[in-house]
Write a protein that binds this ligand. Structure first.
Ligand code: AP5
Length: 212
């Protein structure tokens, strides 16, 4: 399976990627997670990416495409992959198609998680992330027992710098301008499947698995 998971910020891409990864044994490749790991380790790439992420902007295509090219060359991605949050521009979509064509393959399906802006804001405003194990919580929809500690590992929970209201607004604007055009791009290829991402996690997962 070569799956692309797309949709607005906070639609639940990361949450559903974990569910798909548990059902289909394919590596989950999240550009957002790779960038956030680089930021946490204070690498040169992380310092560059942070300038864009904290303003709600996309990291430039040349940096992002080179990073994904390297990741897809790893042996575990040969039999398939689940891309979470890539491609996010038409340029990235074209680059992905040409990378895969060089390998004699292509994307099988693009799952588009659809969610209203109001629900996106609710989900992102309540998101908490564990600093140690990376598990994502939500203060209302999936609350940890203690408000500031991860139930899984006991690590401290934090609010992402880009989960503040003004940056959420900017991420939504950037999504509409740069990422939404991919809907037509993959629609024209007959690969787009739209999923209603509202409602509880398990219901969305059931829709995603039924679509796959
Ligand atoms: P990234 O981390 O990928 O951010 P995003 O696309 O904005 O997506 P999120 O991680 O915010 O949300 P999600 O859809 O994964 O939702 P989640 O499952 O966590 O990227 C961050 C930044 O990196 C970008 O802004 C950009 O700067 C850069 N970047 C990344 N990729 C790039 C690319 N290709 N090109 C250029 N730049 C790139 O869920 C959100 C919350 O809701 C959680 O609390 C969760 O518990 C809860 N939740 C999930 N599902 C449900 C449900 N069904 N019901 C109730 N609550 C739910």
């Amino acid at each position: 399976m070569r799956i692309v998971l797309s949709g607005p910020p906070g639609a639940g891409k990361g949450t559903q990627a974990k569910a798909i990864g548990a059902r289909w044994t394919v590596p989950e490749i999240s550009t957002g997670e790779i960038f956030s790991d680089q930021v946490a380790r204070d690498t040169a790439l992380g310092r560059r990416a942070k300038e864009y992420i904290n303003d709600g902007q996309l990291v430039p295509d040349d940096i992002t495409i080179a990073m994904v090219r390297d990741r897809l060359a790893a042996p575990d991605a040969r039999a398939g992959f689940l891309l979470d949050g890539f491609p996010r521009t038409t340029g990235q979509g074209v680059a992905l198609d040409s990378m895969l064509a060089e390998l004699g393959t292509s994307v099988n399906v693009v799952l588009l998680l659809e969610l209203s802006d109001g629900e996106v804001q609710q989900r992102l405003a309540g998101r908490r992330v564990c600093r140690d194990c990376g598990k994502t919580w939500h203060i209302a929809f999936d609350p940890p027992t203690l408000t500031d500690r991860c139930d899984v590992c006991g690590g401290a929970l934090f609010i992402r710098d880009d989960d503040v209201p003004e940056v959420i607004q900017e991420r939504l604007r950037v999504y509409a301008r740069d990422t939404a055009p991919l809907i037509d791009y993959y629609g024209a290829q007959g690969k787009l499947v739209t999923i209603d991402a509202s409602g509880p996690v398990a219901e969305v997962t059931a829709r995603v698995l039924a679509a796959l």
